[in-house]
Design a protein around this ligand. Structure first.
Ligand SMILES: NC(=O)c1ccc[n+]([C@@H]2O[C@H](COP(=O)([O-])OP(=O)(O)OC[C@H]3O[C@@H](n4cnc5c(N)ncnc54)[C@H](OP(=O)(O)O)[C@@H]3O)[C@@H](O)[C@H]2O)c1
Length: 308
């Protein structure tokens, strides 16, 4: 099968499209023919080994001290079950699924992948029937991260939420999820992304290039840092007394129950994945260059099998 492999950390050009052996499912695994994957900011960080100084050594120990342990990147995917191990009961041949490989188990930049049908090493659900494979692949990481952090901040009690960096993947889901919980959402982004965030439900917008949100004479229940570029100190200036600051810099956990809820909300058209650009597998270097620029809006999708 075709897959993108990287044998060393470095710039996008370390990614090479090549032939590798097609995997075979273990007893508890499904073999998935992947139709679409994504390039996340996390993939870019893994490829370049650009971890914050405090996490650099632990990350290198986990992901490979001198070279990457997992040669195929990619966390998100959507595709069709091609075969199943003998113990698999949740999915059958021909089922359309979407989900993640989890942070430690990458591998979706490929034509096929084997995933356990249940969490521990994968979070997989039936694909929302109303979404294309490309849209479904863009749901899990940003959606689950936003849901985890909003729960931590007790979004159900929040009247006003400020999402800093609302035009990224996590930000675009955070603003939609907070909105669905009944909060009024102020989106901080540049003016070129006002239309995008308003189309996703933002009630107010602030251009971070011309205004410092923390100088506003306004109080919020939650400040959600969706791009890791603001701070608790700044956020405190506009937080209510019992307000909460959450950030993508915090540790989060992928949970089956979150993917189920994300799926249900997508089916009910309560949230929608925002896809910025599509690339093919042989354009993976360009896709990584674009995501690394830090300018992507929502999600960047890799089309692997166009034949829906
Ligand atoms: N903790 C976790 O589990 C977890 C999970 C997923 C992602 N993450 C992390 O979350 C971060 C965001 O990832 P992402 O993929 O959602 O988004 P992203 O692609 O990193 O964000 C791109 C967006 O951020 C905006 N942006 C850039 N600089 C900004 C600034 N100073 N202020 C406000 N907006 C700014 C850009 O808009 P402009 O072009 O207009 O500036 C662009 O639309 C990454 O660091 C990623 O590693 C963490």
């Amino acid at each position: 099968m075709k897959a993108v492999v990287y044998k060393k950390y470095g710039p996008p050009k370390v990614l090479k499209l090549t032939e590798v052996e097609k995997p075979k499912p273990k007893d508890d695994e499904v073999l998935v023919k992947i139709h679409a994957a994504t390039v996340t900011s996390g993939d870019v960080r893994l490829r370049s080994s650009n971890f914050p100084p405090l996490f650099w050594l632990p990350a290198r120990i986990i992901f490979g001290l001198f070279r990457p342990k997992k040669k195929i990147l990619g966390h998100e995917l959507a595709g069709v079950v091609e075969s199943t191990g003998k113990d698999v009961s949740r999915f059958g041949v021909g089922d359309a699924i979407f989900g993640t490989t989890t942070m430690l188990n990458t591998g979706s930049y490929a034509e096929y992948i084997c995933l356990p049908e249940s969490w521990k090493h994968g979070v997989v659900e039936s694909k929302p029937i109303n979404l294309t494979f490309e849209e479904a692949a863009a749901l899990p990481v940003g959606g689950m991260t936003a849901m985890y952090l909003l729960e931590k901040a007790d979004v159900k009690r929040a009247e006003k939420v400020l999402v800093y960096g609302a035009s990224g993947s996590v930000g675009s889901y955070a603003l939609q999820l907070a909105n669905k919980e009944g909060s009024s959402v102020t989106a901080v982004c540049s003016d070129s992304n006002f239309e995008m965030v308003e189309s996703l439900g933002a009630d107010n917008v602030i251009d971070y290039k011309v205004e410092d949100y923390s100088e506003r004479n306004e109080k919020f229940d939650i400040v959600f840092d969706a791009v890791g570029k603001t701070s608790k100190t700044k956020a405190k200036k506009v937080l209510k007394e019992n307000g909460a600051f959450v950030s993508v810099k915090m540790l989060t956990k992928e949970k089956d129950e979150h993917l189920k809820r994300i799926r249900e909300m997508a089916v009910q058209e309560e949230i929608q994945p925002y896809v910025d650009t599509y690339y093919y597998l042989d354009e993976i270097v360009e896709a990584h260059e674009y995501v690394e620029s830090g300018r992507k809006r929502g999600n960047v999708v890799i089309k692997i099998d166009d034949d829906e």
